[in-house]
Design a protein around this ligand. Structure first.
Ligand code: FAD
Length: 470
């Protein structure tokens, strides 16, 4: 390894800071550039972390409501919005401050500012608060992330039309909110606002919520959300938005609409994310940009320019924090001369709604699209003692198994805590576990993790808690 390698990382999100920290640990001289006071990126400042802090509170509110079924009745919650906001902001501040500390401890030169390219090895850095400088580096990692996709027709210049960043700011609790887009970000934020007392509707142009997830995983979530959200409009598009005194007048387009025009106090546009690949001076390098604006990289995260790597949301789907971090570490290991490739079998996806949905590896939908023969073993949570004690039996755990080798190719879970449970699926898929390995591994009782083991028992027709007639 060349221990004097001078490396710059543009962007301090989970991709960028993970790369910068590992590069420093490996003895490289590292500069990390980001506009925020501390590293963190979208994930910590306006993504994963603030949304999960609010979803934690939403879950508490929902459980408190449900508690009357268990003989404990609470009054309707009083929401102190300022305090809730400060809880969320406190979490962000603590975590980003911690990253700032870790950055200093590793002697990473953190520059608060923006970077652009003069050429493949030279960056022009504009420091926040004034001052431009150019610096030469041996290697540069682009980790500039992504931003909410905007629909030009919805840019009506109204403060009532929010993107995810605006929704997370929690300026108020509107009486009504339309979420445009039935993807995970819209559903998570819709869940938060519904718990705080907003009447939430969702509109999705495709025939189902969470396109991309297996339908049997989405069904229990859809059922529960139908009780929490005022309206879920599928196969419906938003034709126009118009600001009026009472709110935003939304015109819908779709086959089975009861009302074509509805006024909402606020509208959250959550229709996907766009890569931040319009970096100043990038044209002075050999970096190539492909479809959808994503920077093109190989399995070592190298761009077409030998001095430049790119990682995270800016290089493509899935746009997830853990994928960004792992790509960052792979890029740095490659720079250090290690023989590495980013070729995971399982990048887990989690939707932090209630119930949660999580999957990893091969999905049933992918297997069908590839006409790949698989066995699917499902364990219904109605047969789980732990799910029963939680009064949440709507869940389901399934294993996607290669019928010839009996290897676990994928895992899908819907139910409370699915986001934590999926980690076992990741390990099983990455370690090429067989269904019998999962079946023979003793799981603690009573836990939801038993549903993974029992799904493997279902595959062999021998589940203790599911009777299969001979
Ligand atoms: P980012 O986190 O986008 O960071 C890029 C950084 O680069 C930013 O700070 C940006 O300001 C900076 N930058 C851009 N251009 C320049 C420049 N020229 N010079 C200097 N700096 C620059 N993912 C999950 O895995 N789990 C979740 O639960 C989850 N929830 C989410 C919830 C919401 C509401 C949103 C919006 C996203 C969520 N995500 C989640 C996605 C996750 O935030 C992203 O996948 C992740 O942040 C991508 O990391 P990154 O390092 O590629 O870039």
């Amino acid at each position: 390894m060349n221990d004097t390698l001078k490396v710059a990382v543009i962007g301090g999100g989970p991709g960028g800071y993970a790369a910068a920290f590992l590069a420093a640990d490996l003895g490289m001289q590292v500069t990390l550039i980001d506009p925020e006071t501390n590293p963190g990126g979208v994930c910590l400042y306006r993504g994963c972390i603030p949304s999960k802090a609010l979803l934690h509170v939403a879950k508490l509110v929902e459980e408190a409501r449900q508690a009357k079924n268990w003989g404990v009745e609470f009054a309707e919650p009083k929401i102190d919005l300022a305090r809730l906001r400060s809880f969320k902001e406190g979490v962000v501040k603590k975590l980003t401050g911690g990253l700032g500390q870790l950055s200093k401890q590793r002697k990473v030169n953190y520059i608060q500012g923006q970077a652009g390219f003069e050429n493949s090895n030279t960056l022009k850095i504009s420091r926040d608060g004034g001052g431009d400088e150019t610096q030469r580096f041996d290697r540069i990692i682009i980790a500039t992330g992504s931003r909410p996709a905007a629909i030009p027709a919805f840019a009506i210049g109204s403060a009532r039309v929010l993107d995810s960043t605006g929704a997370l700011a929690l300026a108020d609790v509107p009486r009504s909110l339309l979420v445009v887009g039935g993807g995970y970000i819209g559903l998570e934020l819709g869940t938060v606002y519904a718990a705080l007392g907003t009447r939430v509707s969702v509109v999705e142009m495709l025939p189902g919520l969470l396109p991309g997830a297996d339908r049997d995983l989405v069904a229990p979530l859809h059922r529960r959300m139908s009780g929490i959200f005022e309206n879920i409009l599928l196969s419906t598009t938003v034709a126009s938005l118009k600001e009026e005194a009472a709110g935003i007048c939304v015109t819908f387009d779709g086959a089975n609409l009861k009302e074509r025009e509805v006024v909402f106090e606020k509208v959250l546009v959550s229709v996907g994310r766009k890569p931040n690949s319009e970096i100043p001076g990038l044209a002075n390098t050999k970096v190539e940009i492909g479809q959808g604006g994503f920077i093109q990289v190989n399995k070592q995260l190298q761009t077409a320019d030998p001095a430049i790597y790119a990682i995270g949301d800016v290089v493509g789907e899935p746009m997830l924090a853990h994928k960004a971090s792992h790509e960052g570490r792979t890029a740095v290991e490659h720079m250090a001369g290690h023989k590495v490739a980013f070729e995971p079998n399982a990048i887990p996806a989690v939707v932090f709604t209630d119930p949660e949905i999580a999957w990893c590896g091969l999905t049933q939908t992918q297997a069908e699209n590839q006409s790949r023969e698989v066995a699917v073993a499902k364990f219904p949570w109605g047969a789980s003692g732990r799910a029963m004690t939680l009064d949440r039996t709507e869940g389901m755990t399934k294993l996607i198994i290669d019928p010839q080798t009996e290897r676990v190719l994928g895992v899908g879970i819907v139910g409370v805590g699915a986001g934590e449970l999926i980690a076992e699926g990741v390990l099983a898929v990455e370690m090429a576990a067989l269904a019998s390995d999962v079946k023979l591994s003793i799981h603690p009782h009573p836990t939801l993790s038993e549903t993974v083991m029992e799904a493997a028992e279902v595959f062999f027709g021998q589940s203790t808690h599911v009777y299969r007639p001979k």
